[in-house]
Design a binder for this molecule. Structure first.
Ligand code: GAR
Length: 203
C-alpha cells in the first residue's frame, strides 16, 4: 500500500477526485494517511473528515516566523510516514529541507501545460486569466515531481483541454479540472502506487 499525504489549501476537488478514484478502485494499492492544510477554512478538510481521514491544519499564522512554520509542516508530513506527498492545490512554497528529504516522492498538479503559464505567480485562477489574455487555443494540466524550482520538476503526465471563445477564467478553470486535473492526478498516483518511479524513490 502506498501511503499518501495530501497537502491542500482550498476547495479540495482534486483531493475528492483522488478519494473517489481510490473508492472506485480506479486507483489501487493506495491509502491517504493524512491531509494537511495551511488554511483553517479549507473545505478540503471537511472532505477528508467525511472519509475519516486524519485532517490537520498547519497554518503560518500560528508560528512566529517562516522557519518555525516550515519545521512544523515537515514534522506533520513526517508523522504521516508517507511514501508519496501529493500537492493538490497547495499554495505554499515547499521548504527546501522537505524537498531534499522527500526527493522523488512529492508530486504537484498544475493547471496548465508546463512550461507554459507556470512559475512564480501562476496559481489558481491567475493561470486561466493569463491563458485567456494570451489567446492560446489549447491549455490543460500537468502532474510533475517537485524540485527546488517553481513548477520545474520532471513531468509525469499532461492532458490538453480546448479553450473556447466564450470562456471566462472560471469556466476555463472548471473545464481544465473536469477534463484534465481530476483524471491525471489520480492516474499519476495509481502509476506510482503500482511501481512507476520506484528507482527514484528508493535512492
Ligand atoms: C487546482 O486547479 C490546482 O491545479 C491549482 O489549484 C487548484 C486547487 O483546486 N494549483 C495550482 O495552481 C498550483 N500552482 P482544488 O482545491 O479544488 O483541488
Amino acid at each position: 500500500m502506498l501511503r499518501v499525504c495530501v497537502c491542500v489549501s482550498g476547495g479540495g476537488t482534486n483531493l475528492q477526485a483522488l478519494m473517489d478514484a481510490i473508492d472506485s478502485e480506479t486507483v489501487t494499492n493506495t491509502q491517504i494517511v493524512r491531509v494537511i492544510s495551511n488554511n483553517k477554512g479549507a473545505y478540503a478538510l471537511e472532505r477528508a473528515k467525511k472519509k475519516d481521514i486524519d485532517a490537520v491544519v498547519v497554518s503560518p499564522k500560528d508560528y512566529e516566523n517562516r522557519e518555525l512554520f516550515n519545521d512544523a509542516l515537515l514534522q506533520s508530513v513526517d508523522e504521516a510516514k508517507p511514501d508519496l506527498v501529493v500537492l493538490a492545490g497547495f499554495l505554499v512554497v515547499i521548504p527546501p529541507k522537505m524537498i531534499q528529504k522527500y526527493e522523488g516522492r512529492i508530486i504537484n498538479i498544475h493547471p496548465a501545460l508546463i512550461p507554459s503559464f507556470c512559475g512564480k505567480g501562476y496559481y489558481g485562477l491567475r493561470v486561466h486569466e493569463a491563458v485567456l489574455a494570451r489567446g492560446v487555443k489549447v491549455t490543460g494540466a500537468t502532474v510533475h515531481y517537485v524540485d527546488e524550482g517553481t513548477d520545474t520538476g520532471p513531468i509525469l503526465l499532461q492532458k490538453a483541454v480546448e479553450v473556447l471563445p466564450e470562456d471566462t477564467p472560471q469556466t476555463l478553470q472548471r473545464r481544465v479540472m473536469e477534463q484534465a486535473e481530476w483524471i491525471i492526478l489520480p492516474q499519476a498516483v495509481n502509476m506510482i502506487a503500482n511501481g512507476y518511479g520506484k528507482d527514484m524513490r528508493d535512492k
